[in-house]
Ligand binder design. Structure first.
Ligand code: ZN
Ligand code: ZN
Length: 466
């Protein structure tokens, strides 16, 4: 099928300019000066709209078994919701549980996703146990499976936790094979002490989830990860879901020193707070229990994180989409905050929530596209197939209407959740049309895609390694 997108304004990291975009089959075939495209082909009128590369959410957890339950979005429901929100690629985390063979964990994730995704997908690999076998598996995954990034945890002792020696070994392996180490940087050993002390004092409400995970323990772990990566001869390191000013300072210092250190943040850390959401009356705050936790609005985290996005100390906005319903799932932690499943769902709202930062004067248009699409593609080995409006790239295209409005609500969202973390938020912009590999999947507020359209994307190494 040939499709000409006319009258729109293309936005990419290098600029914003009027152009018509020709799509042939699944690829972008050419860009033309306005009116310069071929006649007699099907057209989409994009007048008044931004034409941007489809969003890439580099951090999701569809149907993750966690906290005694499963994340409530399947690959089917979650990728459909992603499409509605202008995200046409997700990178989910396949999981090796402690004691499990890495390749078996990966196979289990392929089985969940294959044939079920509405948009394209790739995997990072969570290493739940670093030993000789899993280190060897890292090489195999990079060479044969298109998986070039591995997540380790300095938190969750007894579940996913790796000690410093295990982290160092995985980093040395990554230094050798070019993979990226992704780090959940919180000092889980110290956090567990604070959690036990709080529970012993009878402090069981959701806000204590945040109070027992102080930013000092995120900053400390971030610092330690950076120094361990230095010992591993500058292994590439990517700090996930960075939430706190003091952790950002550590990343900024490493980057100023020229180190291979990168970081992402998530919309929840740009908009929500410990007091207003996690501290909501009664058990309500359970909706916003996630790790790293929401930070205090009395400090300057929001301001600092937006600044980090501008300065590129924060390279990417991902969602860490890990939805749990309030009823029966979040409620597992009634009377004990430490039993509340950790996670917030947001895969549908990331493109909008970061765009609101453009409206509010916190980011440029170009930086918006860079943080939600182009940089994730480059960071995780998908560029230039994804992340750019250019000839030869996949025709993953979003038409974004700056004159539209989006009201976020559980009543209208498409994620499989019984509440919204952003209930009532108004965005001064709207995802208008979404194209995935040349197929229109969302138009006029209606869904035209199908389960099974999404394909697995083997990835190469990051474009950003020194
Ligand atoms: Zn994490
Ligand atoms: Zn996560």
């Amino acid at each position: 099928m040939t499709l000409l997108i006319t009258g729109g304004t293309v936005v990419g990291p290098s600029g914003t300019y009027p152009a018509d975009v020709l799509v042939e089959g699944e690829k972008i075939a050419a860009l033309f000066a306005p009116g310069g495209g071929p006649d007699g082909v099907e057209t989409i009128d994009a007048t008044g709209r931004y034409v941007i590369p489809g969003g890439i959410d580099a951090h999701t957890h569809m149907e993750l078994p966690f906290g005694g339950t499963n994340a409530s979005d399947t690959f089917d429901t979650g990728t459909r919701a992603a499409a509605f929100g202008g995200t046409t690629t997700i990178i989910d985390f396949a999981v090796q549980r402690t004691g499990e063979v890495v390749q078996d964990g990966l196979a289990a994730w392929h089985a969940k996703a294959e044939g079920n995704c509405h948009v394209d997908y790739a995997f990072h690999m969570i290493l739940g146990g670093v030993d000789d076998d899993s280190l060897k598996a890292m090489d195999q995954l990079v060479a044969d499976e298109g998986i070039s990034s591995f997540k380790l945890f300095m938190a969750y002792p007894g579940v996913f936790y790796s000690d410093d020696g295990q982290i160092l070994r995985a980093m040395q392996k990554a230094r050798d094979n070019g993979a990226m180490i992704m780090m959940h940087a919180e000092n889980g050993i110290a956090i567990d002490v604070l959690v036990q002390q709080a529970l012993a004092r009878g402090e069981t409400d959701p806000i204590h989830h945040g109070l027992t995970r102080p930013q000092a323990l995120e900053a400390e772990a971030t610092h330690r990860a950076i120094r361990l990566a230095e010992v591993a001869q500058d292994c590439p390191l990517y700090i996930v879901h960075l939430s706190a000013s003091q952790a950002l300072e550590q990343v900024a210092a490493a980057r100023d020193a020229g180190r291979n250190v990168f970081a992402e943040t998530c919309p929840q850390y740009l908009y929500l707070t410990l007091e207003d959401q996690l501290g909501a009356p009664g058990f309500e705050g359970a909706k916003w229990v996630c790790s790293t936790p929401l930070r205090s609005g009395r400090e300057h985290h929001h301001r600092d994180l937006w600044k980090g996005l501008r300065s590129n100390d924060l390279a990417i906005v991902s969602t860490d989409h890990c939805p749990f319903c309030f009823k029966d799932q979040k409620e597992l932690g009634l009377g004990d905050f430490s039993k509340i499943p950790n996670g917030i769902g947001g895969v549908e709202h990331r493109v909008d929530l970061v765009y609101q930062g453009v409206v509010d004067g916190k980011l440029s248009l170009e930086r918006w596209v860079e943080t939600i699409s182009t940089t994730p593609a480059r960071m995780f080995g998908l560029y230039p197939r994804k992340g750019v409006i250019a000839p030869g790239s996949d025709a993953d295209i979003v038409l974004y209407d700056p004159a539209g409005r989006t009201r976020i609500s559980v009543e209208t969202h498409h994620m499989n959740m019984d509440h919204s973390a952003y209930e009532g938020y108004e965005i001064a912009g709207k995802v208008d049309t979404v194209i995935s590999r040349g197929t229109v999947v969302v138009a006029d507020g209606a869904y035209h895609g199908r389960r099974g359209h999404g394909r697995y994307l083997p990835r190469s190494l990051s474009s950003y390694l020194v």
